[in-house]
Design a protein around this ligand. Sequence first.
Ligand code: ZN
Length: 401
Amino acid sequence: MSVWDDLVGQEKVSGQLDAAARDADALVTAVAAHTPPPEASKMTHAWLFTGPPGSGRSTAARAFAAALQCVSPDRALGGAPGCGFCDGCHTSLIGTHADVQIVRTDLLSIGVKETRDLVRRAQLSPAGGRWQVIVLEDADRLTEGAGNVLLKAVEEPAPRTVWLLCAPSLEDVLPTIRSRCRHLTLRTPPVAAVADVLVRRDGIEPHVADAVARATQGHIGRARRLATDERARSRRAAVLRLPLRVDDVGGCLKAAQELIDAASEDAKQVSEESDGKETEDMKAALGAAQGGRMPRGTAGVMKDLEDRQKRRRTRTQRDSLDLALIDLTAFYRDVLALQFGTDLALANTEMFDTLDRLARGSSPEATLRRIEAIAACRVALDRNVAPLLAVEAMTMALRAG
Ligand SMILES: [Zn+2]
């Protein structure tokens, strides 16, 4: 077992990271022993992990962080760093290592102030004597100003600082930043590999694992959620009934409204789970020194928290809607596959009869137009078009004929 086991279907990337972690370890060992550091090294200070959602960008970054912090005694005997068991590996993987900062945001953007704080932290010497690692899971969400703050830090890193940035694609990161990073591309893992992990690690029944791995087309996190969360399953089933309900204008508008309502419901649930407690915690933290009464000048802090919670609701709503559109796209891709006479890699095998009926009742050109309408809707939502308008335009374009 090693930290690379979690990287499903990414043999090439694991190989590169393993080599870098070995060289990084050799460097730390040489410095500690006051011997000259090795000359050639596959280790570097800034890395950029890209790949489609679900390919495991942040999993790869965390595994690498763990390998850099590995203190397994087996290393002295020629073993590779990244054992997965030692204190360094374990605390890095669960996010409690003192020298591993994992930054993920539930907001739409990361601003200048947060980035300055990170950069300041990155200058610190590692408490454990190895590396100061900062994992930025959503580097695509840096505002331009924040990107420029980060650029300076990536250009002149402290000797033991390592930046691990994750983003969907190279285009999502400022050119100046990405040109200073070593770039690793993750691929969508094969469906069989995802199913295998769900069975081995999560104890999911093989036939369920196979179905959810297919349904999510290799997205491990979503596959796991579908296999274990009844609500996610029924939500998805409702989305996949939509193509049968868009016969007339009334049906289209109703289907659009339901998609929007479902996304709002998700956002509401997330805020019910976290907002109240966050607000109470914040009040307690602010009031503690003042005997329970809210001290003067804290209104601004509370306002910031409210803004943050509002931004999180917006983001949750958007993500939820986007997932529905991804499922719809996979549905019409299945229809298209049947129209082209192949049923080898269908995402929705359990709906074969419905898919087959739609495939026979329309042309490949019509199916392509529908897939394009969904893609256009996703672009519109990304550009902040009013969600209901964008989704209505899409459901109207999905109509038969
Ligand atoms: Zn270890």
